[in-house]
Design a protein around this ligand. Sequence first.
Ligand code: PHB
Length: 391
Amino acid sequence: MSIKKLIHMLLGCAAFMLAPIAHAEDTIKVGVLAEFSGPFADFGQQISNGIKVYMKEHGDTVAGKKIEVIYKDTTGPAPDIAKRLAQELVTRDQVQFIVGFGLTPNAMAVAPVATEAKVPMIIMNAATSIITTKSPYIARVSMTLPQVTAPIAEWAYKNGIRNVYTLVTDYGPGHDAEATFKKVFTKLGGQIAGEARVPLKNPEYAPFLQRVKDAKPDALFVFIPAGEAAVGVMKAYADRGLAKAGIKLIGPGDVTDDTVLEALGDIALGMVTTHHYSAAHDSPENKAYVKAYADLNGDKLRPNFMSVGGYDGMAAIYEVVKQLNGVIDGDKAMAILKGMKLNSPRGPIMIDPQTRDIVQTVYVRRVEKVNGKLYNVEFDKFPMVKDPGKE
Ligand code: PHB
């Protein structure tokens, strides 16, 4: 090799080695850990669609820094994979934020990684109450099951429902939903006719729903993770003739989630649920959001509550980067997140300074047809609700 060639090669190597360093200084990295494949792939899709809408509207530069988003697929409820990917994001990619988390088990597994690395972790969906207590570096912009369940228990009792069978998915958010419904509803004077739990993986609803039908309650309370599971429950509810037997279906809004609502069909008409977001939420902010979402992501998916979690989580990050003038420190970032108020497409939200959990309005909605399509139409609300276990 000639000297000239050797020098050329060495210079090339040096440039290659220096490039990422210069790049890192100008860049803020956000690692998104979510479910992008498997039966929960809609979760990752919705979260990332929301993130993309926010970045499209607000650009990808804040305080002179470029925001780079790195997506990692947990493949489903897979705590070991989630933890390994989080460690890679922190050590190899050196992200300044870890965000995403459709499913509770993935968020729980990553909490110790956030603590050890002092990297802020923003929960965009996972909704088991206890998650935020697992690391001082966690803030949640989505919901908690107790927060969205207590209102439906109150609404049901006020509207003459006295006897309810509960059916939940057998993991964190399902246990929270079951316990909260039971507590609030029985305190008001209601009765629990029976309780059932179905597994998170490969659930079967039909045998449980036959038992519910035989018990003849006024209503069936359901929590299942939004998406495919909702389709399964509603199919069994229709096939077993529970609606015909006059047994109402109620619950937090996961069961009539916007992602699958059209697929549920007319059996869902009239169902009342409580939740923090509906694509039909009537506000200028939400109209703009729904339009921007469709313009960017097409109309195959309707924006749901997880997408709004992605959107608001990104808004929180932009605010932190702005206030810290692009120099991110985990503790300073958490201090800014505590008490942060945002004007979300769902309405006003706040991160509670004590618990780092979300405070927001929970809406009572009924499934109705709007321009020939099924929507959760809001007709009442519980303003600025905290997780009842964190008052
Ligand atoms: C969760 O795993 O925390 C979770 C997933 C889907 C939902 C709600 C909660 O719809």
